[in-house]
Design a protein around this ligand. Structure first.
Ligand code: C5P
Length: 293
């Protein structure tokens, strides 16, 4: 019997870097928001070990794939010697700052746990998730969250009143940005590297109100400093969308996707249409409505 699960992505409404740690990671306060743009994963018992197939030929399907690593970690941790077959239908763009791969890893952990009758506890799944990547634990739940540490300590939150009924317009230039590269470049941007703590508290206060513009003005991502400097086209995308009614814009994670907040889904569709008209069809866009008013 096969089990099929959707694997969503995320944006960061805030990514405040609080300095570089001794282990090479960066200390963060970040606010994740789930985005209902999904890959699909199908799990089935059978065969030997982990066998993975993927709709996107650019993704390796060997042990270097995060889904493969998540499945191997799950089977080892649960002491299961049966094989699993997994198929990944990819829709979320790669190296896009949307956490697609991290989400796939989390969905693999929870999907396999269900397929095998829940041998692992939620805490065990969290521990495996944090080992697979900083963003993976967020995807074990389905709400916005405040994350600290390297991003793996998750405090789930309710959906934000200031974003009710709004839409996110995601725009991607058709090239990816390397996350390790983006973090390394922070060394040249001391203010972005050593952000003042407390930005998360301030933004959460605004997101809890009803003034979308005020909240949008407090969106912040430290990685914009290096990424928009190297890829000025992304800053141009942001200006274009703000000049055409976007309430706010921000780079997603380490990029290359930028998101804009639109008044509603119709305004979002119109913004995406004008964006494609201006910047061409090599770009990728998606409009995602946020939970309603
Ligand atoms: O944790 P994950 O493997 O997803 O992170 C990818 C890379 O991003 C790390 O190798 C590191 O270079 C960078 N990173 C960081 N600080 C974080 C999260 C990620 O420097 N808090």
């Amino acid at each position: 019997m096969a089990l099929e699960r959707s694997s969503p992505c995320k944006v960061n409404l805030l990514l405040n870097v609080l300095g570089r740690r001794a282990d090479g990671y960066h200390e963060l306060e970040t606010i994740f928001h789930p985005v209902a743009l999904c890959d699909t994963l199908r799990f089935e018992r059978g065969g030997n070990g982990v066998s993975l197939t993927c709709s996107d030929p650019r993704l390796p399907t060997d042990a270097s794939n995060l889904v493969h690593r998540a499945a191997t970690a799950f089977l080892e941790s649960a002491g299961i010697s049966d094989g699993v077959r997994i198929h990944l239908e990819k829709r979320i763009p790669l190296a896009a700052g949307l956490g697609g791969g991290s989400g796939n890893a989390a969905t693999t952990l929870s999907g396999l746990n269900e397929l095998f009758g829940r041998p692992l506890s939620p805490v065990q799944l969290q521990t495996l998730a944090a080992r697979l990547g900083s963003d993976v634990p967020f995807f074990l739940q389905d709400r916005p969250a405040l994350a600290t540490g390297r991003g793996e300590h998750i405090e789930p939150l309710d959906f934000f009143p200031a974003l009710r009924g709004r839409a996110l317009v995601l725009v991607n230039p058709g090239f990816g940005v390397s996350t390790p590269w983006a973090y390394q470049q922070l060394a040249a941007f001391p203010e972005a590297l050593n952000g003042r703590p407390g930005r998360a508290g301030r933004l959460l206060e605004l997101l809890g109100g009803t003034d979308t513009r005020a909240a949008a003005a407090a969106l912040y991502n430290a990685l914009e400093a290096p990424v928009l400097t190297k890829y000025p086209i992304l800053a141009l995308y942001q200006e274009f969308m703000r000049a055409r009614g976007a309430l706010g814009t921000l780079l997603c994670g380490s990029g290359s996707t930028t998101f804009a907040i639109a008044e509603n889904a119709d305004a979002g569709e119109e913004l995406a249409r004008r964006f494609l008209e201006r910047f061409g069809s090599n770009c990728w866009t998606a409009v995602v409505a946020l939970p309603g008013r």
